[in-house]
Design a protein around this ligand. Structure first.
Ligand code: AKG
Length: 518
């Protein structure tokens, strides 16, 4: 199980029995005894009799109440650290689900492989600042990041979709650092399962939630002196500079665990504890926590922790990588999902072509030729909008460096989606032509079809305007030129519809009036 390491402040956090919610704290020696017990039992039962069988499919039907607040017996400052006498009691009561693992929980060989993989990925320029949007504010992250995960996965946060470099064998050459990331992910899964099994939480009964991590967002952080962008103060508790400010993670499967593996340049035997994770309850009563992290340690936020707590990362003195393993939602976030959606939308093209009067003479009309026009317009238009704004524009918003970094898997798929989008543009053009024919009395179109088409074209026009404003934001001056937005999908004179849809909307309105007057 790797080398022995001296017990440090972060080891203390691990020995807190999170299964207790009443503030009574039982301490165990930080000697790995609990890990061994788990292996003997195959990870399926508790070492302390408190275990629940791990079932990733079972979640809470409604949110559980937050854990109880903790009021220190003697007044403390706004936050406490593991050195504080009441730290363990406070974690057990109000931060149930938070655990810290010391480095020795993972084998030294894995630590070393991961260190080499992160270094290679950094050298290859895979880490970039994400430029995020919140309301009308656009700003780059302080940290550089990259997403790695199952093939076809994406992750959506703060109005940005990021695309996972696949870690699968079929998409990576032997020796790829991405395969090492998958190995780390497997280790984090195994460890999270063991912790979930061993450390129950009475608030949620036997719900363990999932730790079947499908992506990891890996952060690269520099000490403040090396940052090109000024860091902000943590702001609420006087904890110092934050590299990642207070937040809870979004787009995660309900009740799922987040596991964070942390490495700094000091190496496994180093003394560096300059980086801290900060945690707070949302009750305004319980003291916040400021927890030092030793290089090669990991921390876990289990089950619904993310729902009732926020976390932040406090800047340290060294270069830091953190790999944040997550169970990201998949309903609308995978390539397979969007591809299937495109296929369904493209199936309405023949009926639109027929309604537009472009159907080849003598050929049998399509099967759905007499379906209401509004249905076809809706199916096509909603998919067009999603593909353009959630996929193609999101991909190119992140620049040409991003496109080169994703050359193996995503560029081909984005190209595929762009071809489907081109056909959908043609479909919208057919819908316009069908409305023109109705205005001329050459065909019938129900009033709802005009309304549906107007609604969809208007939202597309608005979203393009919003996208342009975002792409022109001064925030992009803070990132390298090849990380700035590229305007895709492209339009030219032969495009079925122009990029600016305002004149098209005026034409549609005049078709509608003429059709109504008939
Ligand atoms: O690096 C960490 O410890 C956590 C980072 C984090 O909160 C995030 O990436 O959302």
């Amino acid at each position: 199980m790797g080398k022995k390491h001296k017990s440090r402040p972060d080891d203390r956090a691990r020995v807190v029995d999170a299964g207790h919610s009443g503030g009574k704290v039982k301490k165990k020696k930080a000697n790995g005894a609990t890990m061994k017990a788990s292996r003997r039992k195959g990870g399926g039962a508790s070492a302390n009799g408190d275990g629940r069988p791990y079932d990733p499919t079972r979640t809470l039907s409604k949110p559980a109440p937050p854990p109880p607040s903790y009021t220190p017996s003697v007044p403390t400052g706004a936050y406490i650290t593991p050195e504080h006498d009441e730290y363990d009691a406070c974690v057990a009561r109000s931060y149930v689900g938070f655990r810290v693992d010391p480095p020795r929980v993972l084998p030294d060989e894995l630590h070393a492989e991961v260190a080499a993989a992160f270094k290679t990925m950094a050298k290859r320029g895979l880490f970039t600042r994400d430029v995020l949007a919140a309301g009308k504010t656009v700003s780059p992250t302080f940290v550089s990041r990259t997403l790695v995960g199952e093939r076809g996965m994406t992750y959506h946060y703060q109005k940005l979709r990021i695309f996972a470099s696949p870690w699968s064998d079929e998409d990576t050459p032997e020796g790829s650092p991405l395969r090492v990331v998958r190995k780390l992910n497997d280790a984090m899964k195994a460890r999270s399962r063991a912790l979930l099994t061993r450390h129950g939480d009475p608030r949620v009964g036997d719900v363990t939630g999932s730790c079947e991590f499908n992506v990891t967002l890996i952060n690269l952080m520099e000490p403040e002196r090396k940052e090109s962008v000024a860091l902000k103060d943590e702001g609420q508790f006087g904890m110092g500079k934050a590299s990642v400010s207070w937040h809870s993670d979004s787009s995660l499967r309900d009740t799922s665990t987040v596991a964070v593996y942390h490495q700094t340049s000091g190496g496994i035997d180093g003394d560096d504890t300059s980086w801290h994770v900060a945690l707070k309850c949302l009750d305004g009563v319980t003291p916040a926590l400021r927890v030092p992290l030793r290089s090669h340690s990991a921390y876990y936020m289990m089950r619904d922790f993310n729902l009732h707590h926020h976390h932040a990362v406090l800047n340290g003195d060294t270069r830091r990588f953190s790999s944040t393993h997550r169970v990201a939602v998949t309903a609308r976030d995978t390539f397979d999902y969007v591809k299937a959606r495109c296929e369904r939308a493209l199936a309405v093209l023949p009926s639109l072509k027929w309604r537009a009067g472009k159907w080849p003479r003598g050929r049998k009309p399509p099967r759905d030729a007499n379906e209401p026009l509004s249905n076809a317009v809706r199916t096509l238009g909603e998919t067009h909008r999603e593909v353009e704004f959630q996929w193609i524009r999101m991909f190119w918003l992140q620049g040409t460096r991003h496109a080169s970094a994703h050359d193996g898997y995503w560029t081909r798929r984005i190209e595929e989606l762009t071809q489907a989008w081109d056909v959908m543009e043609l479909g919208l053009r057919f819908a316009m032509d069908a409305c023109a024919r109705a205005a001329d009395g050459k065909a019938k179109a129900e009033p709802r079809a005009f309304e549906m088409l107007r609604y969809l074209l208007e939202t597309i026009a608005e979203l393009r305007e919003e996208h342009d404003a975002r792409a022109q934001s001064g925030a992009y001056a803070q990132v390298p030129e090849d990380c700035r937005p590229v305007d895709r999908p492209a339009f030219d004179d032969k495009s079925p519809l122009p990029r600016n849809l305002r004149p098209v909307l005026n034409t549609l309105e005049s078709h509608r009036r003429r059709a109504l007057d008939r």
